[in-house]
Write a protein that binds this ligand. Sequence first.
Ligand code: UD1
Length: 359
Amino acid sequence: MGRPRRLRVVSIVGARPQFVKAAVMSRAIRAHHDEVIIHTGQHYDAAMSAVFFEELAIPAPEFQLGAGSGSHGQQTAAMLVGIEQILEAGRPDWVVTFGDTNSTLAGALAAVKLRIPVAHVEAGLRSFNWNMPEEINRVLVDRMSMLRLCPSETAVANLASEGMQQGTHLVGDVMAEALEMAIPVARRRSTILATANVRDGAYILATVHRAENTDDPLRLRAIVDALNALTEPIVLPLHPRTRKALDAAGVGLAPHVRVIAPVGYIDMVRLLIGARLVMTDSGGLQKEAYWAGIPCVTLRDETEWVETTECGWNVLVGASSERIVDAARTFAPAAGRPALYGGPGVAATCVSILERASA
Ligand code: UD1
């Protein structure tokens, strides 16, 4: 049997982690089909957006909506209006959405109301914490999707327990491929260790950006206290949301915490592979740390990537100063590190599932 007809796919991106996922998916889609990228403009600073397109050679978005920041309602509504117009005019065969941001929600909602089928990459993840905007987005987007492409068996099981067996596929994680390709490039090209004034294997890489940590002064304070209490160098690429929260709270960081501007993907990968330990509230970085073999201390009370904790490479410490400091000093990963979330070829699998579902 030959290849099915050429599909017309619209991919929706807007925030940093989506650029990484779209880079891999876009290549796989464009190998046999037509793709149009809509950038919602959720992330708009050059360091949060343009640098990812350059480094990951993502095709320039055909549409830039410039939705920008704002309340959840304002931001999502602006995206929804813009995406709907484009989809209505273009009537693609599929809309592909990634992860759990407001851009994911707007893309899926615009499409499903126009009866354009939605494929959700990174489906089925759950934190079971309904206070997280991401959890709301995940649940709603999965419900609206015709194809749910899951990174883990846990994700498949989560969807089954919500009655979504049909259209659910275990494919693995597209981010693994991006990381594998970026590691040699990062080793060759990145000079970020010198910029941050740290040596390979002798620093902690920390990131903090989740609303649950940045928008709660007590949690933010506790995390900062823990970073300040540690003595080894800590590199902290600072998300603009966190910078604003720190400024507003008047909280200062000790000199061993090397605060740097948000970094692009290649520099982030270099910081990751050189780190002794990762400390983060990011979802993506928990997986990347696992793949790179760097132990991870997660500044959250739960994780969607439960396999990384079950394997003994990730520990949840919430926003408790003592637990953070203790884990940073004593956490040692398990001896074995089984393969998790698939390897290369995940994006191609996603595309073949789209093809089959279109036949
Ligand atoms: C969003 C996602 C989160 C994801 C993260 C990745 C939602 C609900 N959250 O969070 O799941 O992990 O992206 O980074 O979609 N800002 C700038 N410049 C930018 C972008 C943002 O200064 O280019 C500042 C603005 O003050 C803005 C704030 O950061 O209000 C938060 O941005 P927003 O898009 O609301 O969400 P993120 O915190 O980035």
